[in-house]
Design a protein around this ligand. Structure first.
Ligand code: ADP
Length: 150
């Protein structure tokens, strides 16, 4: 059976750290669906359709990667894509605390779902979407952290 993983996130914006997780994930999974979620907690900084285009451009020509947007439970989205895995990145213990809770909830909602964590490559461990948003909002150049230009 094909191993399909979702890589869900807000990706506001999608960074080199996220790209690294997806590319490394290709050695574990046959197909990865990068799933850009509408953020339920706050309004997005970068419109979702704009981010979809940037991520599609990043993975252009890579036929094992699909990029989509979604506005529903991740656990339900996984069923639609017959994905048995969620791929997530771990930078530090703060990520771990959050990821631990969310993976328990996702498995409660969809018992078929295993969350697989990849530890961030050291070169990207400091990259943080919320800091990038702040720098960009005030006119700073953030392109060194992104696989496309913003
Ligand atoms: P969410 O809002 O769902 O936490 P994010 O877009 O912030 O979505 O992150 C998506 C996933 O990517 C999460 O698992 C997060 O821990 C991971 N991640 C975020 N930044 C990095 C990075 N620099 N390197 C590797 N993984 C990262």
């Amino acid at each position: 059976m094909e191993r399909v993983a979702l890589f869900p996130g807000s990706f506001d914006p999608f960074t080199l750290g996220h790209e690294d997780i997806v590319r490394r994930g290709l050695s574990l999974f046959d197909k990865i669906v990068v799933s850009v979620g509408h953020n339920s907690k706050k309004r997005r900084y970068i419109p979702i359709e704009t981010m979809l285009g940037h991520i599609q451009q990043t993975f252009q020509g890579e036929n094992r990667i699909e990029v989509i947007t979604y506005d529903e439970l991740t656990a339900e989205l996984a069923k639609q894509y017959q994905a048995n895995y969620l791929l997530r990145g771990l930078r530090n213990t703060t990520d771990f605390e959050y990821e631990n809770s969310i993976s328990q909830v996702n498995r409660y909602l969809n018992t078929q779902l295993e969350t697989v964590f990849l530890i961030t490559s050291p070169a990207y461990a400091h990259i943080n979407s919320s800091i990038i948003r702040e720098v960009h909002r005030y006119g700073g150049d953030v392109n060194a952290f992104l696989p496309y230009e913003l």
